[in-house]
Design a protein around this ligand. Structure first.
Ligand SMILES: *Cc1c(COP(=O)(O)O)cnc(C)c1O
Length: 419
């Protein structure tokens, strides 16, 4: 038992940036930041130096054992890693199918996986001597994670947030303020995440010298999609050791929800080498249904440029970006990380979608069978597991990445379930 635990604990000599397992089979992006035809750097000239400086510093940090050690120590003592891999026995028994395991990112400090990435990036900001941090946020989870790490490192923090989201996510706005961040309301466009992101990019262009831009998912211009994936890859690394220790075998199916795609790629990356034997399934938000308003950019989107990268997005024939819809603010984004487009094209990951009402139902089922109130985002992946498990053998293993907890969604849950 002690030996097994040692394998999954995080000694500070652990090389955070050893992706040799993941890279035995798959290696992307290329040196220009392309994942096949996706990704890249579609940015104005004034941002080119910023992005290049960031990439250079990140590549240097990867080879600096003190960076890896500092990050690993914070992930262990501040975030609470490794997060447990929990065998949901009662849910599995109820469904009479595969054994379901939940990777408990909901138990991370601040309630979701976003802190893993925010810590990695704030350590880079510190290395680069930046005193001012900016971020964009939709639901407010990334804003809270960024405000948290800025408090910890004594950095000025400005969070751009759409007016509509500020109204919908009042408790997270209060959290950010309490942590010392300034929340700047964005009133352009649909006044949501897409507009807040555009505003943050504008700020970065105007204040390149002193500012570090912490992006919250595997989106945006190179090197962000690669860097954010690397910071989240700890999820899959831990899961691999944990499932070997607990089930004695690799999973048969692994699923995660996809907004921008950071928790999903963080979970999948380590397992891509086994793509021939493990089914990897990303779950997008189908909102009111694929015929109505939704956020299923991989399922129904078309190639286009959004926030500095070539990706798949929801747009009309004139290339106007359409408004996305999901009951979960974290999945409510008209684009997706470029790497997911590539993984879909290569057939390494399959993508499906789950509606608002299906997600709510799954959230309720998980609460009543396991005593876990998950985030509405994560509930999309739970719904997939609930429909898939009964089709699988009882000795099969299905892992779900539980990306966050439901506290932030209580207002929506109370309204929708008439509690
Ligand atoms: C932000 C968020 C997501 C969506 O972001 P990804 O980059 O797709 O992971 C999913 N779940 C939770 C709990 C979130 O806060």
């Amino acid at each position: 038992m002690i030996a097994l635990y040692a394998a999954i604990a995080l000694p500070i000599t652990f090389n955070f940036f050893d992706f040799s397992m993941a890279q035995t089979f798959y290696s992307a992006p290329d040196t220009t930041g392309h994942f096949g035809s996706f990704g890249g750097k579609f940015i104005p000239e004034t941002l080119i130096k910023n992005a290049a400086d960031l990439e250079a510093e990140y590549l240097k940090a990867q080879h600096d054992p003190s960076f890896s050690a500092a990050l690993t120590k914070l992930l262990r003592d501040y975030v609470g890693r490794p997060t447990p891999l929990y065998h949901a026995e009662r849910l599995s028994k109820t469904l009479q199918g595969a054994q379901i395991y939940l990777k408990r990112e909901d138990l991370c400090h601040t309630g979701a996986h976003k802190i893993n990435n925010a810590l990695g990036q704030v350590l880079l900001a510190q290395r680069m001597g930046k005193k001012r941090v900016i971020a964009e946020t939709g639901a407010g989870q990334h804003g809270v994670a960024t405000a948290t790490v800025c408090a910890l490192f004594d950095l000025a923090c400005i969070v751009y947030m759409g007016e509509e989201d500020i109204r919908r996510q009042a408790p997270n706005v209060a959290r950010m303020k309490l942590l010392g961040a300034e929340v700047r309301a964005v009133s352009s466009g649909s006044r949501t995440l897409k507009d807040a992101t555009s505003e943050a990019i504008r700020d970065w262009m105007n204040n390149p010298e002193e500012t570090f831009y912490i992006i919250g998912s595997v989106v945006g211009m190179h090197p962000y999609p690669m860097m954010v994936r690397d910071f989240q890859a700890i999820i899959g690394k831990e899961t691999r050791s944990q499932i070997m220790a607990q089930a004695g075998k690799l999973p048969d199916v692994i699923t995660a929800c996809v907004g921008g795609g950071s928790n999903a790629v963080g979970m999948f990356y380590e397992f891509l080498q086994y793509a021939a034997q493990i089914e990897l399934v990303g779950v997008e938000a189908a909102g009111e249904g694929l015929n109505g308003r939704h956020a299923a950019s991989l399922t129904l989107g078309t190639p286009g440029v959004l926030h500095g990268a070539m990706t798949k997005l929801l747009q009309n024939e004139d290339g106007q970006v359409q408004e996305a819809h999901s009951i979960s603010a974290g999945l409510d984004y008209p684009g997706v990380g470029p790497e997911h487009c590539y993984l879909q094209e290569l057939g390494l990951v399959r993508y499906t979608s789950v509606t608002d009402s299906e997600a709510l139902l799954a959230l309720e089922t998980l609460a009543k069978t396991e005593g876990i109130i998950c985030a509405l985002e994560s509930a999309h992946a739970i719904h997939y597991a609930i429909t898939r498990a009964p089709e699988m053998a009882q000795d099969a293993v299905l892992v779900v990445n539980l990306s966050g907890r439901g506290d932030k969604d209580m207002e929506t849950i109370i309204r929708e379930l008439a509690l």
